[in-house]
Design a protein around this ligand. Structure first.
Ligand code: PEP
Ligand code: MG
Length: 313
């Protein structure tokens, strides 16, 4: 029966009582975007541009970048918006042309938007390519930066993106950004919570270390608390706050995130039906109660159980 239910789920995302939640896809190139466009999603919440260029040893010229971005924009067309993330090079995704090879601690090093501080041309050329791709496809992507840690970084990034006539957002994946979400929203149009890195940095636990899986669990109440701070900031400013980390693909956790005020969930296309189904079976009030219950627990096992007990009533 479940398989039939999943197969039959066709969107759009909403709770049982009609509270809308945009369900979006994570993509990384034209091929993945064309596949994702077949799913019942309202757009792309995370286009990981660095994945397009993992094998390149020199920076791809603007024309080559433009072509790569246009393929993804074309797959979704003008009706389903795409959030393009600027290069998140470094740490688990090093780019030979962008990163220094000799960092002692690359997860805490010059990665993501920090690269623009040492190589501003890299970001400027990428933004130029994004603008060209938007024009050639007749679409209006939104642009967001990874690894933002300060209000000044968000302001500087937003100024550049707004100068192109596009909406700007930042990822919330460093605890400082979650704590300052309200102030970031004075400069950016939207926030997108990257729970993979937010968990890693909140818990001081390497996201690639299997032996630390109990710590790198987005159900950790400390992580949920930071998510709720960012979601609440969005609610007060009437701005969208999405989640694009793995947490968005866990149906029970997705319901908890919605209960905190998260407005969109972006995930691998294979996860969309399961999340859509779970939301369609829960009221907004149940999601809110599940969020409150999870926040009050002592560890991820308790948090999941507490949320499930409420969502399964
Ligand atoms: C995240 O950190 O949650 C995220 C979505 O970005 P990435 O997984 O690409 O680091
Ligand atoms: Mg990340």
């Amino acid at each position: 029966r479940l398989r039939r239910e999943l197969a039959s789920w066709s969107g759009p995302g909403a709770t049982r009582d009609g509270h809308r939640v945009r369900l979006l896809a994570n993509v990384h190139d034209g091929v993945s975007a064309r596949a994702a466009a077949q799913a019942p999603v309202e757009g792309v919440g995370l286009f990981r541009t660095e994945i397009c260029f993992l094998d390149e040893s020199v920076e791809p010229p603007v024309e080559v970048q433009t072509e790569a971005y246009a393929e993804v924009l074309d797959a979704f067309g003008p009706e389903r918006p795409v959030v393009i993330r600027t290069l998140d090079a470094g740490s688990d995704k090093p780019l030979a042309f962008a990163n220094q090879a000799d960092e002692d601690n690359p997860a805490l090093g010059v990665r993501g938007l920090r690269l623009a501080g040492v190589n501003p041309g890299l970001l400027d050329r990428q933004l130029e390519a994004i603008r060209a791709a938007a024009r050639s496809t007749g679409t209006t992507p939104r642009v967001m930066a990874p690894m933002v840690a300060t209000v000044a970084e968000a302001r500087g990034f937003a100024d550049k993106v707004h100068a192109l006539g596009l909406e700007a957002g930042v990822m919330i994946e460093v605890p400082s950004a979650a704590i300052l979400a309200r102030r970031l929203l004075e400069f950016v149009d939207f926030l997108s919570i990257g729970t993979n890195d937010l968990t890693q940095y909140t818990m001081a636990a390497d996201r690639t270390a299997g032996s630390l899986a109990h710590l790198t669990d987005p159900w950790q109440p400390a992580v949920l608390t930071l998510v709720s701070i960012a979601a609440e900031a969005g609610r007060r400013a009437d701005r969208s706050v999405g989640v694009c980390g793995e947490a968005a693909a866990d149906p029970d956790l997705a319901a908890v995130l919605v209960g905190m005020g998260v407005t969109s969930l972006s995930m691998a296309p294979a996860a969309v039906a399961g999340v859509g189904r779970r939301l369609s079976r829960s009221t907004m009030q149940a999601c809110e109660e599940a969020a409150t219950a999870a926040l009050g627990t002592a560890d991820p096992v308790e948090a999941r159980a507490a949320a499930r007990a409420i969502l399964e009533i």
